[in-house]
Design a protein around this ligand. Structure first.
Ligand code: ANZ
Ligand code: ZN
Length: 850
């Protein structure tokens, strides 16, 4: 007998499948389509377990759908632009392209080792000119549609290296990763995409996505952050000018005791009195150097300063002071707020700190006034002139209505979502394809000149701004429109742009004439199942939805939403050892399992599961698992250990368990001695009891596995069903029967999407010459599920009165129920009291009556 040798068969079948083109996407087929997509990886250099889990899940789905008769598109690519490649260039002098392509080659090989049924002919890499040419083309579509524009915005500025830093390059203390300098905020002219134009549709269309987790839809809705309220204007004393504020609580207008501007607000300069000028300037400088996070943090004290200017509350005609404060953000609403300390938590804190007056205008229904903190709930209006006594909900509309009549303001809808800042002052990204001409202004690079290629003769010093900006030959070009010497844009695009459209390219990945042929992309889209990490729940998905809608409006696409169903897989966690006193993580190799202590300090260690990461020494290298057990076992373990959306705790014993299960399946199949029976048509004619039972187990497995996979992809319970079937086959007493042969075949076929290599090998050992992966998915026979019946004798007072047919597996209670309800029992009992019922399972029921 020969043994299961994963290393040998996995390599053999991967080679065979590649040669036979098994995983190629069918193009001329009238089958229904299914687009199965994993979020493409960043080519960091090596695969981690999170990748393995992600791609295994998508692969099982793709394989299942093929067997179920769909034509399947299951592609892969690389999200290949970004900072780490540029850091490698700065630190080690390796050109970003070289570093990236080396990593891609290595990771592609690792992916192929997993036996993923990917159509590699459609591979894309966002850093390749034949891809970013179209990223640039899409940018120009946005420009033409008026959806790309430039404005000044704050960037992180390293004053020592004289360069812009990405947020990831600034540590939590606000210092540069490289120079260690305190990072400053600096205003630069930057490119934005007008995602706010689509805020309402992006919010509303979440309703078109029943196949998305509610949690993700909620996160998107919160990010878009729609709120309804009012825009109200406060005239400035002594100036012919007004301060517009946005408020969600117009019902508190009578409680306004001051107005606050964001320090960056253009009116700040104008309302500040000469006495306050110096203090205001100093405060503005300080605040603008802080990040938004620092400014809005709940626990930080609210800081501000009076400008000396005054405004008028148009409802009360009261004069109130104008302040500036760090907690008012320039980018939100109007960048100005009416301060209502009695009913807003931040305003209350601020007023207490700055000694501003607090005026209560809303009280709870029971009338008790709150003075120790802000009362933020709805209630009844007081101290509010003609509006006294109104409920606050009603009051909101009444105030807005009055304001509209008097020209003080109007109703307003506000979104938290801001336009998308896409400019990066870096090298390793798609250059923004425009040229700045002194005569013509901003000129798009003509389509025929795309791509604007990344030059290779650049220097990576990490100092002095973007390498592109320093390269004369790149920067100095004639204007495409008038020929005057002009300057090329040197900003590159945020890498989120590259990943906002890659799924549209796979259906037509090699097209050199067009971004994609709309007929092909419309045919395959939208993605039927998207699988990826929850960390992309907001930005990547929102941006992809935005791009889809814009390209639809440009006439390129005929659908509204890119991803029909979304599965966000849980984390892969490793066993973690931590010293609770020092907070240090200890590698498991240094830990004595029976007595886990810190080898240095002797402290007893905490042991728990946490997301695998290098810094916590709790990772498991996929390569090691593949080398030891093979890809099929790794896949089976990952699928069996937890439902796909839940976190998964890595446990070697369970990996071992799946390896043993595959070995059992192997032995079961290779020990079939009646191979001829395999080819016989199974009949349901006269089957023995054992055959009927086995057949029921087989068809139950088909039914359960199919339902587990079709519902919410419950791979773990599907694998349990396969284990049951393998046990039923091992225990079967009819191993010569064609039913047994049917069972063996069924096990192999149902297992195929999960463990593609071993099943292919076994399929061939069973005498087949085609692939198990091209077999039609099995359908269960409902009649096989019906349990066998037995004859149940009915006795009254020990005397046999007749018999009925009942299901074989009926338990005692069920047998009694069948007997009581039978015509025989009813006839003989005739309303008399039943004193006792004796049930002999499998045989009879005896009623004692009186
Ligand atoms: C007066 C008021 C009274 C407010 C009250 C709240 C409670 P959302 O729901 O997030 O839209 N606000 C407006 N613009 C702001 C800005 N640029 N920076 C900081 N805060 C700003 O919140 C809207 C509320 O946030 C607005 O309603 C305003 O405070 C504040 F009892 O106006 B409110
Ligand atoms: Zn010009």
């Amino acid at each position: 007998e020969f043994r299961y040798n994963p290393a040998e068969i996995e390599e053999k079948w991967q080679k065979t499948w590649t040669e036979s083109g098994l995983d190629k996407t069918p193009t001329n087929s009238d089958k229904p389509k299914f687009y199965a997509l994993s979020m493409f990886p960043y080519p960091s250099g090596s695969l981690h377990m999170g990748h393995v889990r992600n791609y295994t899940i998508t692969d099982v789905i793709a394989r299942l759908k093929r067997m179920q008769g769909y034509r399947v598109l299951h592609p892969m690519g690389w999200d290949a632009f970004g900072l780490p490649a540029e850091n490698a260039a700065i630190d080690r002098g390796v050109p970003p392209a070289k570093w990236t392509y080396q990593n891609i080659a290595q990771m592609r090989q690792q992916l192929q080792r997993l036996g993923l049924s990917i159509d590699w002919e459609r591979e894309v890499a966002t850093c390749s000119p034949d891809y970013y040419k179209w990223t640039q083309w899409i940018f120009l579509q946005f420009l033409k549609a008026g959806l790309a524009y430039q404005k000044e915005a704050a960037v992180n500025w390293d004053p020592i290296d004289q360069t812009v830093l990405a947020n990831e390059q600034v540590d939590s203390e606000g210092n540069s990763w490289r120079s260690g300098a305190k990072v400053e905020r600096k205003l630069l002219r930057q490119w934005f995409l007008k995602i706010t134009d689509y805020a309402e549709e992006l919010l509303n269309d979440l309703d078109k996505l029943p196949g998305w987790p509610d949690r993700v839809k909620l996160m998107q809705a919160n990010w878009i952050g729609k709120s309804t309220g009012a825009y109200l204007e406060f005239p400035i004393v002594g100036m012919d000018e007004k301060i517009g504020v946005y408020t969600t609580r117009p019902d508190t207008i009578y409680g306004v005791t001051y107005v606050v501007l964001a320090p960056e607000h253009p009116l700040t300069k104008r309302v500040t009195t000469p006495e306050q000028q110096a203090a205001v300037d100093a405060f503005v400088k300080e605040v603008t150097n802080q990040s938004e996070l620092e400014r809005t943090a709940e626990d930080k004290p609210k800081r501000g300063i009076p400008t000396g200017g005054k405004a008028i509350n148009p409802f009360t005609n009261e004069e109130i002071p104008i302040w500036i404060a760090d907690y008012v953000l320039y980018e939100y609403g109007t960048g100005a707020v009416m301060g209502v300390p009695a009913h807003d938590v931040r305003d209350f804190k601020f007023a207490k700190e700055q000694n501003l007056s607090i005026k209560v205008v809303i009280v709870p229904e029971n009338g008790e006034q709150e003075t120790s903190q802000a009362y933020t709930e709805p209630g009844i209006m007081i101290n509010s002139g003609d509006f006294d006594g109104m409920a606050s909900g009603e009051g909101k509309s009444a105030i807005v209505e009055y304001a509209e009549k008097q020209n003080f303001g109007k109703a307003r809808v506000q979104y938290r979502l801001r336009d998308w800042l896409i400019s990066r002052q870096r090298y390793w990204g798609a250059p923004i394809p425009v040229i700045h001409c002194p005569n013509c202004g901003t000129v798009p690079v003509p389509d025929e000149d795309l791509p604007v290629q990344l030059p290779e003769d650049v220097e990576f010093s990490g100092r002095g701004g973007s390498p592109l900006a320093q390269l004369e030959s790149f920067v100095n070009v004639p204007c495409p429109s008038c020929g005057t010497p002009a300057k090329r844009e040197t900003d590159t695009m945020d890498t989120f742009i590259d990943s906002s459209w890659y799924f549209l390219r796979y259906p037509d990945a090699k097209n050199e004439q067009q971004v994609f042929d709309p007929a092909k992309t419309n045919d395959w889209m939208s993605v039927d199942q998207y699988v990826g990490g929850i960390e992309h729940a907001i930005l990547h998905l929102l941006y992809s939805r935005f791009f889809t809608k814009v390209l639809r409006d440009r006439g390129l696409l005929n659908f509204d939403e890119p991803f029909q169903r979304l599965l966000t897989q849980g984390m892969v966690q490793g066993l973690t050892y931590k010293n609770p006193v020092t907070g240090k993580y200890i590698p498991s190799a240094q830990v004595e399992i029976a007595n886990p202590r810190d080898p240095e300090t002797g402290e007893t260690l905490q042991i728990f599961y946490e997301k695998m990461s290098k810094s916590k020494y709790n990772g498991i290298d996929p390569e090691e698992v593949l080398a030891k057990y093979g890809a099929d076992t790794a896949r089976m373990f990952i699928l069996f250990k937890a439902p796909p959306e839940k976190d998964l705790e890595w446990e070697d014993a369970d990996v071992e368990g799946q390896f043993r299960f595959l070995n059992r399946v192997w032995r079961l199949v290779v020990s079939v001695d009646n191979r001829d029976a395999m080819n016989r048509v199974t009949t349901t004619g006269e089957l023995s009891k054992a055959e009927k039972e086995l057949r029921r187990a087989i068809h139950t497995a088909i039914k359960e596995v199919t339902e587990d996979l079709e519902g919410d992809y419950q791979f773990n319970t599907a694998i349990s069903e396969l284990m049951k079937l393998s046990n039923a086959l091992a225990d079967a007493s009819c191993k010569d029967s064609p039913i047994y042969a049917e069972g063996i075949q069924t096990l192999v076929m149902l297992l195929a999407p999960f463990a593609p290599h071993i099943t292919e090998e076994l399929w061939h050992l069973l005498g087949n010459s085609d692939s198990v992966h091209t077999q039609p998915w099995l359908k269960f026979d409902p009649t096989a599920l019906v349990a066998d019946e037995i004859t149940l004798v009915i006795q009254i007072m020990g005397k046999t009165r007749g018999a009925i047919q009942v299901p074989q597996q009926a338990d005692k209670a069920a047998l009694e129920k069948y007997a009581r309800e039978s015509e025989i029992a009813q006839r003989y009992i005739e309303g008399k009291e039943i004193k006792k019922v004796i049930v002999v399972p499998g045989k009879l029921v005896n009623f004692v009556i009186g």
